[in-house]
Design a protein around this ligand. Sequence first.
Ligand code: NAD
Length: 539
Amino acid sequence: MSASDPTSGGPLLDGPHDPEHDPTASYALEPEYVERLTSRILATTGETKVAESPMNGAPLAHIPQSSAADVEEAFRRARAAQAVWARTPLDQRAEALMRLHDIVLDRQDEILDLIQLESGKARKHAFDEPLHIALTARYYGRTAHQHLDTERKAGIVPGLTRVEVNRIPKGVVGIISPWNYPFTMALCDGLPALLAGNAVVTKPDAQTMLSALLGAQMLEEAGFPRDLWQVVAGPGRELGTPIIDRSDYICFTGSTATGKIIAKQCAEHLIGCSLELGGKNPILVLRDADIEKAAEGAVRACFSNAGQLCVSTERMFVADQVYDRFMERFVARIEAMTLGASTEWGVDMGTLISADQLETVTAHVEDAKDKGVRVLTGGSPRPDLAPYFFEPTVLEGVNPEMTCFGTETFGPVVSVYRFHDEADAIARANEGEYGLNGSIYSQDGDRARAIAKQIKCGTVNINEAFGATFASIDVPMGGMRESGMGRRQGSEGILRYTEPQSVGTQRGIRFAPMFGMSDEAYAKLMTANMRLMKKLGRA
Ligand code: NAD
C-alpha cells in the first residue's frame, strides 16, 4: 500500500498493510479522510450504512444515506448551478477538464488505494480507472469546439437561407452507476455532460461510494463549481424514481434488468436515456491467430477485475486447428497468475467484491459441474485469499442446459468451445440477447475486420481484449440488443446531453407566392426548382 501523503490528502491508512497478501491485514481509513469525502453526500436523514472492504470483510466507512427529499434538494442546487454554468465560456469549461486530467494522474496512488479498498480488484486493474478518466477528460477537453460549436448546414435556397444548429444543454443529467469500476463509472459519463453545459446528480452504487466521492472532490479541485455535481447515496430502488422524476436525461450503467426498469420510467417522462448494460461477450480465435498473443490477450479479456467488467469475455470460440495449442498456453498462463487481495502491484487478479457476487459465480460453476462440465482450471472459491475470492476458471463442454451458457456470470469464468467452420463460430458468437463486446484474434487484419461486421456487438477488438476500443475515446462505446441503448465516448457520448436546435434565417425571398403570383404558378415554379436542384446534385 502506498504510504499516506499529506500533500495529496491520501487515505492515511492507520493499520498494518499486506506485504504477504495477508487476508487479515487491516485496511482502516483515517476517520477525518472518510468524513471529508462523505461530507460531499447530500444526506439529512441521519442514517448511515456500513460499507465493508472485500479485501478482508472488515467495515471501511459509515456512509450517510439520502432520502427522496435530499434528492429534490440536490436537483434544486444543481439547477441553480447549471443556469450559471451554461453561460460559462466553453474554453473555461474545457480547461477544467484538462486540469482534471493532471489531478487524476498526479494523485493516482490515492485513487488506486481507495478503489482497491472498496472493490478488492488488483492494483493493475484499478489503474485502468484513473487512466480512463484522464483519457476521457483530455479527449473532451481537446475536442470541445468540434462537438459543441454552432454548426452551419445547407439551407433550402443557397445564399438566401442560412441554417445552423446550436447544441443546447439538456439541463440536469441523472447518472446512476455500478460498483465494478467505481471511480471511472461514477465519473466518466459526467465529464461530457458538464462540458456541454449541464449539471449532474449522481447516485453511485452503495458499495463503492468513497471512490465516487473522491471523483467529486477532484472535479471541484479542477474548477467545476461544487453545486454542479451533486452526490446522493442510498438504494437504487428507493432513489432511482425521485432521480428520474427530476432529470432531463438519464445515463445508467448496470444490469440489463435494471436498465429495462429505468427505460420504462424515462419513457413516462419522455426524457432520453443511455443504458450501458450487461454482456456475454465472445472471443474468436481464428486458425491463423498468433497463439501466444491470443493466450495473453484472452487472460486479460476474461480475468480483468476478476471478470466483473461489462466488456469481459465469458465465451471463447477457438478454431479446431489451433485449439489444443491455444488451450495449453491459455491454461498455463492462468495457472501462473499471482492471485491475492493485496494493494501491492504484482497481483494478476483480485477478489470478487461481495458475498452476493461469490454466490452467483459459485452457483454458475456448481450448476455446470452438476451437469457434467469439464473444469480445465480453477472452479472453486479461495477463502484463504479473501472472503469472496473465486479462482480464474475455464469450463469445457458447456451446453445450453447450464446457466453459464447464456447468462452473464460477471465473474472469472469462461466457457471454451471448439469450432470447425468460421460461419458457424460467428453464428454461435451472435447467439443470445446481448451484444456488447467481441474480440477476434487473427493475423489477417482485413479478414478479421470483415468478420467484425458480422458480429452483433457495439465494439469489436481485433488482436486485443477490449482496450483498443474502450481506451480510444474518439469512438463510441456501448451495446447492441439487450446490452444497451445509446453510446458513451466519441461525439455520440457528448451529443446525447444536448438538444439540437436548428435556427434558420431567411432573406430575399419567402416560402409563399410573391409578386402577385398565383398559388398554382408558385407550385409550378417550386416543382421546376426541385428538378433543377436534383440535376445540380444538391442533397
Ligand atoms: P445493478 O443494475 O444492480 O445496479 C447498478 C446501479 O443501479 C446501482 O447504482 C444500483 O443502486 C442502481 N439501481 C438498482 N436498482 C435500481 C432501480 N430500480 N432504479 C434505479 N437504480 C437502480 O447492476 P450491478 O449489479 O451493480 O452492475 C453489474 C452490471 O452492470 C453487469 O450486468 C454489468 O455487465 C453491467 N455493467 C455494464 C457496463 C457497460 O458499460 N455496459 C459497465 C459496467 C457494468
